[in-house]
Design a protein around this ligand. Structure first.
Ligand code: PLP
Length: 453
């Protein structure tokens, strides 16, 4: 119950929010924030919250990193905005592309800039359609993704996002195919071993390619660890078994590293953590440490060459955004990559991972936590009513939402995703802040589970 002139009421009066669960917000109200301090955000009442989700997986350096602010200020003073059309682009864009190819798993490559992860996925799909068309395969338009995938919200990337909620938009568009989510704990059948589960997924892929026709498929997209699906690392051996099938059929493999890129999994790239090199990488979020809206498609050498040849024939790739390669975004990204690689952020991720995993494993002993899972500094705890049968809790407001709301009351922000509570802490966290995070989450779990019995 809020006062008519409260920030909560003002926020609801004239702002339209996406991905906002109205019953949950009705219970707790809107948190309106004014600034941040390290990994904390501060609301209009001065209450501090430890943000265990790094904003939306992106603010890896916290909310007030002076080096990133300084990089932005210097670039605003030098050249505050430019595009990358018509043979003109900023020096920052040139330098960032060089840096991205240097730090990518590719020997060589090319970069295309967007404003978001969704647009980067859209751009990649258009690149695939463009180059298959130019190479004489205009029918190669289908896109394969996996159940529970999240690739964004534009019409194409939402079609790649295999979530039932997109049905309200009449999506997916035709030609967007979804494989089984590689989550053994949830998707494995009774009595099926993890190896048998994997064999079933490989068979499903083979069948899909045979049914659809390999020459109708434009590409395969996968998050190395599914993020918004509820932090789902793939079952053992997944990429090692799936990728050779795709390669055999000449289907390009795209790693959507919007969350996993730049150190989240403990390596610079998620694909590195899982030992594969894709044909292209989709990047955003940590690319600028969340200090600027920006996405990038990083093409490996083969797709770069094929795309370049296609462009040489057609004489133009008719695609781009006004702010593609924005110089301020590029300057921030250059600084952020430097902080990750040379400024101690990646080292701190690897320092924190054992404590993070131990904290999750400890909370998973709770009788109502069915599974903990994660990779690097992204993790989830899945709430179940019954651990043995993995039966979820019922009810209008999910238990995970109640836990997240209780955490907020305790000064901790974490995210309910389905039946799971998700943690994705900033790379700058200290050991003490990690302890604070688990302490507050533990208290919230105990309180809510005691209430729901
Ligand atoms: N791809 C992945 C893996 C994501 O997690 C997200 C956003 O969470 C996106 C794409 C979409 O990015 P954006 O919200 O910047 O459009």
């Amino acid at each position: 119950t809020s006062l008519p002139n409260s920030w909560d009421a003002r926020a609801k009066a004239h702002s339209f929010f996406g991905f906002t669960d109205l019953p949950s917000i009705a219970e707790r109200g809107t948190v309106v924030l004014t600034h941040g301090e390290g990994p904390y955000v501060v609301d209009t009442d001065g209450t501090r919250y430890l943000d265990a989700n790094s904003g939306l997986w992106n603010m890896i350096a916290g909310f007030d990193h002076p080096d990133l602010t300084a990089a932005a200020q210097a670039q605003y003073a030098a050249f505050p905005g430019y595009h990358a059309f018509f043979g003109r682009m900023s020096d920052q864009a040139v330098m960032l592309s060089e840096k991205l190819v240097e730090v990518s798993p590719f020997e060589d490559g090319k970069v295309f800039y967007t404003n978001s992860g969704s647009e980067a996925n859209d751009t990649m799909v258009k690149m695939l359609w463009f180059l298959h068309g130019a190479e004489g395969r205009p029918q190669a338009r289908k896109i394969i993704t996996r159940g529970n995938a999240y690739h964004g919200v534009t019409a194409v990337s939402a079609s790649m996002t295999a979530k039932p909620y997109n049905a309200v938009f009449g999506l997916p568009l035709p030609g967007f195919l979804h494989l089984t989510c590689p989550h053994y704990w949830r998707e494995g059948r009774d009595g099926e071993s993890e190896a048998e589960f994997l064999a079933r997924l490989v068979d499903e892929l083979e069948q899909m390619i045979a049914t659809e026709g390999a020459d109708t498929i434009a590409g395969f997209f996968a998050e190395p660890v599914q993020g918004a699906g509820g932090v789902i690392p793939p079952c053992d051996g997944y990429f090692d078994a799936m990728l050779p099938v795709l390669r055999r059929h000449g289907i390009p493999i795209i790693a959507d590293e919007v969350i996993t890129g730049f150190g989240r999994t403990g390596a610079l790239w998620g694909c590195e953590s899982y030992g594969f090199v894709p044909d292209a990488i989709i990047s955003s979020k940590a690319l600028t440490a969340g200090f600027f809206p920006m996405g990038a498609v990083i093409l490996g050498p083969e797709l770069s060459d094929r795309l370049q040849r296609a462009v040489d024939v057609i004489e133009e790739f008719p695609h781009g955004f006004t702010a593609s390669g924005h110089p301020v975004g590029c300057a921030i990204a250059l600084k952020s990559i430097d902080l990750v690689m040379n400024g101690g952020l990646l080292n701190n991720v690897n320092h924190l991972i054992p404590t993070f995993e131990a904290g999750l494993a400890k909370l998973a002993q709770h009788e109502h936590i069915g599974e903990w899972r994660g990779r690097g500094l992204m993790g989830a705890l899945e709430a179940v009513r019954d651990k043995a049968t993995k039966t979820p809790f019922e009810g209008h407001l999910s238990v995970s939402e109640r836990i997240a709301n209780t955490c907020t009351d305790h000064g901790l922000i974490c995210r309910p995703l389905g039946q799971s509570i998700v943690l994705c802490p900033p790379f700058i966290m200290t050991d003490a802040q990690m302890e604070e995070m688990f302490d507050k989450l533990s208290r919230a779990l105990n309180k809510v589970f005691a209430e729901v019995g």
